[in-house]
Ligand binder design. Structure first.
Ligand SMILES: Nc1ncnc2c1ncn2[C@@H]1O[C@H](COP(=O)(O)OP(=O)(O)O)[C@@H](O)[C@H]1O
Ligand SMILES: N[C@@H](CCC(=O)OP(=O)(O)O)C(=O)O
Length: 359
């Protein structure tokens, strides 16, 4: 049966639109745009997350990147992003479709008000029939301020926009149960919420022009599916991949979505870097929270407040070995939480509706 999604995020990886020599593959981009235009014509909403700024920059300027890799990436991306967005603009123009440029950094997702402003803008673009083309702002994103890769960014955008599906296009047919180059390896077609310990067979190696590798793709896919969004990982270098995928006509990896989470829960899920507080909980609380039932975090299950927080701030919930088990929004500040630590019959510190548990 075909997949009938209304709002789809399509992430195009560096490897899909970069040729072996490191230069952009304009024909491939054009072929993908043809398919996206056809999908849009069916009344679907499409948001693109596209890599390729660095590759495009490489086609315009020669730099000796042996010395300063961060600076080189900034330079190439700054020059290349203009070319990348121009390429999309001209290609979409042929179908009378407008696209827009949206450059973001990890910082843009930290503060809820800032996040909502960004979401409003994207919603407005979609309402006007525009295809937003999102990329990381590589010029100002350096070191710890960077996304792991554009897969992480695509997961955030999918959650932010309540998409029904996220399609991640790479240069492999999906996640293999072994080294993709080995003859015995096969694509894992369906991943359900029970999870998949992908670290067992996904090597940390990346393809030539990729940044995060398959491991981040799998982690992001699992997290996104747990928030109720279907995730498909497929080979963007194959002809007609998007059309075939939506017709359920091509082998690829699909992460089956679970029950839809609220908008606030989705934001909390991605707000680890914004967390101020740390709360350590006992085994009983950990079991209750991770049981699959809707449980809130009660003071009776708290062992210690390891880092302070104010009401409304994001806190990390850790077990007695300091392993993070979830994130939540504090219903009250650290002072009251300390006073009530270990006590029964007190108001929840984190209500279930504002609690995200890591899978
Ligand atoms: N088990 C696996 N299944 C699929 N790909 C894998 C696996 N282990 C490692 N990889 C590598 O991950 C690469 C894709 O990730 P990445 O380089 O980040 O691509 P992209 O630029 O498309 O985001 C593949 O080209 C492949 O070499
Ligand atoms: N923002 C960069 C791409 C970064 C990136 O992570 O790429 P990818 O390996 O496709 O997830 C660019 O446009 O060149």
């Amino acid at each position: 049966m075909a997949f009938n999604y209304r709002r789809i995020i399509i992430k195009i990886g560096s490897n899909v639109i970069t040729k072996a020599n490191g230069l952009p593959d304009t024909e491939r981009i054009a072929h993908l745009v043809d398919q996206i235009a056809a999908i849009k014509k069916q009344g679907k909403q499409v948001i693109l997350v596209s890599s390729g700024a660095v590759a495009s920059g490489r086609s315009l300027i020669t730099v000796n990147d042996k010395h300063d890799t961060v600076g080189t990436r900034q330079l190439l991306a700054s020059i290349g992003q203009v070319k990348l967005i121009n390429t999309y603009t001209h290609l979409f123009e042929q179908f009378n479709i407008l696209c827009s440029q949206v450059l973001v950094t990890k910082e843009d997702f930290r503060d809820r008000l800032h996040y909502l402003n960004m979401r409003n803008c994207l919603e407005l673009l979609i309402q006007h029939g525009v295809i937003p083309v999102v990329n990381e702002n590589d010029v100002v994103s350096v070191t710890e301020l960077m996304f792991t890769d554009n897969d992480e960014l695509a997961g955030l955008i999918a959650s932010m926009l309540n998409a029904e599906a996220l399609i991640v296009l790479s240069n492999v047919d999906g996640i293999y149960n072994g080294d993709p180059k080995m003859p015995g390896s096969a694509v894992i077609t369906d991943v359900t919420n029970e999870g998949l310990d992908v670290s067992a067979f996904v090597s940390t190696g990346r393809s030539q022009f990729g940044r995060g590798g398959m491991l981040t793709k799998a982690t992001i896919a699992q997290k996104t599916a747990q928030l109720g969004i279907a995730v498909h990982i497929a080979n963007g270098t194959k002809d007609n991949i998007l059309t075939d995928l939506l017709n359920n006509n091509v082998t690829h990896t699909r992460f089956v979505p679970t029950k839809k989470a609220s908008g606030k829960k989705k934001w909390i899920a991605h707000s680890e870097t914004a967390a101020t507080g740390i709360v350590q909980v006992n085994d009983g609380a950990k079991t209750a929270l991770t049981s699959g039932k809707a449980s809130s975090l009660l003071p009776v299950g708290i062992l210690e407040i390891l880092a302070d927080f104010k009401k409304g701030e994001i806190i990390k919930i850790v077990d007695d070995r300091n392993k993070i088990i979830g994130l939540g929004m504090a219903e009250y500040g650290a002072e009251k939480a300390k006073e009530w630590t270990g006590k029964q019959n007190k108001r929840p510190l984190v209500h279930y509706d504002y609690l995200y548990l890591q899978g």
